[in-house]
Structures are given as C-alpha cells and as structure tokens.
Design a protein around this ligand. Structure first.
Ligand code: UDP
Length: 481
C-alpha cells in the first residue's frame, strides 16, 4: 500500500452498547490492518472496553488510538456513571430518551476533536444523526454504521415506504414485504413496537432524524459480505439508490486465540479451559446457546431452556447472564447440573463466543439473531435455532430460515423488549434436535459450511469484502488528493 494510504486517518464513533461497540473495535482493527490510522472516540467508562482489547491486539501489530469525551449523564438526569445502554440499568422508554438526549450533547466535544485532528473520515453510528452536520462543518465525509445486514436495511426501508402492516386487519395476519426480493412474510407482532405507535416519541424522532441525516452522508458501511445476501445488497444499492461498502464479517479480523476470546469484555471462563472441554467432544456434537448482550430472561424461561436442552439429548454450552432475581436455585431445575455433568457446560456471564462457535465440536447455535451473533454463526458454518427477542432480530430470523435456509425458528410470535416472548421446553427440545441430528440437520449444515467458507474467502486478499474495503480506502485517499 502506498504511503498516501498509510496516512489516511479514520475516526470511529460507536454507540454505547455492546452490540455496537464490539463490531466497531473489530472494524477499527480491520482498517488498521489495511494500513489506515484509526481512532475510536468514546466516553470515560466505555474506554476500558476498547483499550483492553486494543492492548491485546498490539501484540499482533495492530494499533488503534482512543480519544475520550465526557458523557453528560447528570446533565440529563441519569445517574452518574450511566454511560451505556444495558438492561441491568433499566431500558424503559424514559431512560432511553434521556440517554439519547445525552448522546446529542456529545456533538460539541466531538466537533472539538474533529477540528483538532482533522480525520479524513468519520464513521459514526446510525444513532448519532447529528454527526453528519458535525463532520460537514469541517468538510469531513461521514459514513454511517448500522451494525446490521443489507437484508434488514432493505426490509426496514420497504416497510417504511409501503407500510404493508397498516393494510392488514389483525396483528397476526401475515403480509409480504412489498417490492423486496423473495416473498418475505411478517406479521405486525414481529415488528418493533415503535412502528405501531401513532404518536411521535423522542425515539421515533431520533430515528427519523437518523434517516434524514443518512441521505446527506457519504454512504453506509455494512458488516456483511456480498455472497451472503447479494440480491439485497444489489437492491439496497440499485433500487434504493444508497451508497454502501460491505467489509465483513469484521469478526474474522481476529486471528489469534486471545483476540477471539476477548473482544471488549473479559470472558467468565478461561478460554483454554473452554477449548479443552470442547476438544474432548466429537465434531458437530455440541449446541451453543447464547442470546447476546441485552436479553434478560426470567427464571421461568431459563428453567424451560434447561429442560428443553435436557430433552434434546444434545451436549451443550449455555451462556446464562445472572442478573437480579436469577439466583441459581430459582432457575435451574432440581438436579440439572448433576444429570448433565460432563455433557453440558454453563457459562455464567460472558462467553468467548467466536472461539466457541469456530470449534469443530460445535454443530449448532441457538441465537437471538442479533446481527453480530448471526454473522458469527454464518462465519463458523453452523446451523441455527432462531429465537428473536426484539430490535431487527425478527428480520434476521427470516434471512436465516427463509433465505439462507440454514436455521429453524423456535416459533417466537411477538416482539417483547429485553425479556422476550415465552417459549416452552417442548419447542426448545424439538428444534435443537432438528439442527443437530438427522437429514435436515445435515442439509442445513452443508449449506452453512459453504457460507462459512465464502465468508472466509470474502475477507481474504481479492475477496469481495477485502476489495470493497480497499475501494473505500482508495476513494477516501483520492478525495483528500
Ligand atoms: N458476545 C460474546 N459473549 C457473550 C455474549 C455475546 O462474545 O457471552 C458477543 C457476540 O459474539 C456478539 C455480541 O456480543 O459479537 C452481541 O451482539 P449481537 O448483535 O449478536 O447482539 P446484541 O447483544 O446487540 O443483542
């Protein structure tokens, strides 16, 4: 790469939630690996999330700078130290509104940094609509990071434009998403709750502003690869007329065990102990069960998952977050741990997810369909049980089950923020078996493996994501002249 490209400097400004910060740290590392100087802008309490990961990756020659701006929690009436959106801190609409108000107050300190360092580009999260104007003041191009798939971006846009959900009679009546490639069927119950609200809220206003500001940006960076969702990438670019670069799966930039084991948060299990457990298992014999960083199941739901896993007869790794009220005796069925000893591993807290998924012993993934998890499952080549909870996870479910045909739905019928709709043990046991054993499992596994290979090729030299990333770097370099 030429010296001109080596000097290119990109600012990344992630939203303060794990599902946004994790791909951002990977993205910053990826650009750094391609010779770009990268800086992450964040707040004091979120800084260690990045600095620890970056410290580790320095050993593999990747350096990312961090700049810190103060988060005005108290100013908007949030408790001191409230700097990220996490269910343990409360996720009511009042809290969310205050949080977004606080983020909008970051415009001024961000502008000071942009003025001082004059980066060549600002990649800012979709949740910061005002970042476009901030960058424009200094003639810096702004790119948007949504952290989701082309598929989900297209579904969102088609729903917005054609409003098919307003033309059905009931919340359960299926409708097809108009104009979108493939017959993608949804119901009102599976759409985000704010789409059904007639009155404007601070959150819906912010989403509107986000969309409007996006039209004035230089485009969108997507954590996906072309081969995975080619018709939706084409639809997004050609039909909707948006400029986009696909550069993923960004998690694949982590090559060493240490980097895969810790992307932001330290795992609650020693990575070598975890690998040793997996090494003792047969290929494709273990199902990995994890619901991302924000889902907070009730004790009753956790118990049902435990019994379902036991009924399935499969070996498993199950990640459980024990928030208030989920003490052991309340959620584990009696004698569960003795009965599943050696067969199941429960990780209480945070798992080294990518490391686990990539292990040959793992043959299936029960996921809430957050985009990072979905893409990590695709990259690892494993069939999935889809168990969406909220956000755009019901769209990702459709991509996995209906478009890619590498997964089976557990049958969740409606969107319920944080805690999810209730699923019983029979449904869990049944679908886990479907993705793990039998003819259907083998068919899905072979399709999933093929996609996993494509994902790896996409990020290798001359692969689709590698080329798109270089095209973006070239464009930014030329722009600077
Ligand atoms: N993750 C992890 N260990 C865990 C839970 C989650 O490493 O125990 C990571 C996972 O690999 C993914 C991210 O956290 O990169 C979760 O993002 P996703 O979009 O799947 O879901 P969200 O947390 O935003 O709902």
């Amino acid at each position: 790469m030429g010296s001109e490209i080596l000097q290119l400097h990109i600012f990344f400004f992630p939203f303060m939630a794990h599902g946004h910060m994790i791909p951002t740290v990977d993205m910053a590392k990826l650009f750094a690996l391609h010779g770009v100087k990268t800086t992450i802008v964040t707040t004091p309490l979120n800084a260690p999330f990045f600095s620890k990961t970056i410290e580790r990756s320095k050993n593999s020659g990747v350096d990312v700078d961090i700049k810190i701006i103060k988060f005005p929690s108290a100013q908007v009436g949030l408790p001191e130290g409230f700097e990220s959106l996490e269910p343990s801190k409360g996720m009511g609409m009042d809290v969310i509104s205050k949080f977004f108000l606080a983020t909008s107050l970051l415009q001024e300190p961000l502008e000071q940094l942009l003025q001082e360092f004059k980066p060549d580009c600002l990649v800012a999260d979709m949740f910061f609509p005002w970042a476009t104007d901030a960058a424009k003041k200094f003639e810096i191009p702004r790119l948007v990071f949504h952290g989701t798939s082309f598929f989900s971006l297209c579904v969102t846009e088609c729903l917005r434009q054609y409003e098919p959900h307003k033309k059905v009679e009931s919340d359960d009546e299926p409708f097809v998403v108009p104009n979108l490639p493939g017959d993608i069927e949804l119901t009102r119950k599976k759409l985000p709750d704010f789409m059904m609200q007639e009155i404007e809220t601070d959150f819906t206003k912010m989403l509107k502003a986000s969309r409007e500001s996006e039209m004035k940006t230089n485009g969108v960076v997507v954590n996906s690869f072309y081969e995975l969702e080619a018709s939706y990438a084409d639809f997004y670019r050609n039909f909707l007329g948006r400029k986009a670069w696909h550069i993923g799966p960004v998690s694949l930039c982590n090559r060493r065990i240490e980097d895969k084991a810790e992307r932001g948060k330290k795992a609650s299990i020693d990575e070598h102990e975890c690998l040793k457990w997996l090494d003792s298992k047969k290929p494709n014999s273990v199902v990995y069960v994890c619901f991302g960083s924000t889902v907070n199941f009730t004790s009753a739901q956790l118990k049902e998952i435990a019994m379902g896993l036991e009924d399935s007869g499969q070996e498993f790794i199950w990640v459980v977050r024990l928030d208030k009220g989920n003490e052991e005796e309340e959620w584990l069925p009696e004698g569960f741990e003795e009965r599943t000893k050696g067969k199941g591993l429960i990780i209480r807290g945070w798992a080294p997810q990518v490391l686990i998924l990539e292990h040959p012993a793992v043959g299936g993934f029960v996921t809430h369909c957050g985009w990072n998890s979905t893409l990590e499952g695709v990259s690892a080549g494993v069939p999935m049980v889809t168990w969406p909870i909220a956000a755009e996870q019901f769209y990702n479910e459709k991509l996995v089950t209906d478009v890619l045909k590498i997964g089976v739905s557990v049958g969740v019928k409606r969107w319920v923020r944080v805690v999810g709709d209730f699923v019983n043990r029979d449904a869990v046991g049944k679908v886990v078996k479907v993705i793990m054993v039998g003819e259907k499992a083998e068919e899905m596994r072979s399709r999933a493996k093929a996609l996993g290979e494509m994902a790896k090729r996409a990020v290798e030299k001359d692969g689709s994501s590698y080329s798109d990333l270089n095209a973006l770097i070239q464009e930014l370099s030329q722009r600077r002249g």
